[in-house]
Design a protein around this ligand. Structure first.
Ligand code: HEM
Length: 139
């Protein structure tokens, strides 16, 4: 067994493990007060897209391109949503917890999270709230 010939996708356990991570991740997103307002109530389709995307992102089959017949163009696709540094941190927090719950070996987990952190930073398109536009605090 030469682990250098394996993709990250194979090393963390492939489809079964990724499906568990994605499910767990969106359960956390749905309960997160910074994230849930910008996601649809029904996350079924979002989960399917994410599962297809992350499969190819981690070196598995190019499922997203095959299924949706288009390139992900992730940053452009996130533009309609205000992705602030706070939301990126929240997204990564949910993903870290989901990956930790999947019982993945430490170094593989670290590799996954460092790639995801890089991509999450790249999605940021809005600064955190401007104090001038904050709601006045209530007494
Ligand atoms: C940084 C914080 C992020 C936030 C707040 C965020 C939020 C969102 C939202 C609101 C959607 C639309 C959901 C829908 O309408 O179905 C979405 C879609 C998606 N996100 Fe993110 N996202 C973030 C980072 C990421 C990262 C790091 C990745 C990949 C590694 C990613 C992958 C995707 C994919 C694949 C979709 C579906 C795109 C499509 O419509 O085909 N997102 N995201």
């Amino acid at each position: 067994m030469d682990e250098h010939k394996q993709t990250l996708y194979e090393r963390f356990g492939g489809h079964t493990v990724l499906e568990k991570i994605v499910d767990d991740f969106y359960n956390r997103v749905a309960q997160h007060s910074d994230l849930s307002p910008i996601f649809p109530d029904d996350l079924t389709e979002t989960k399917e897209k994410q599962l297809a995307f992350l499969t190819q992102y981690f070196g598995g089959e190019p499922l997203y391109v095959q299924k949706y017949q288009r390139h992900p163009m992730l940053r452009a696709r996130h533009m309609p949503f205000p992705i602030t540094p706070t939301r990126a941190k929240a997204w990564l927090g949910c993903m870290t917890a989901a990956i930790e719950g999947a019982g993945i070996e430490e170094d593989i987990k670290h590799e996954m999270l460092s790639r995801l952190t890089f991509t999450a930073q790249h999605m940021i398109n809005t600064p955190d709230e401007n104090p001038d536009t904050d709601r006045p605090s209530e007494e």
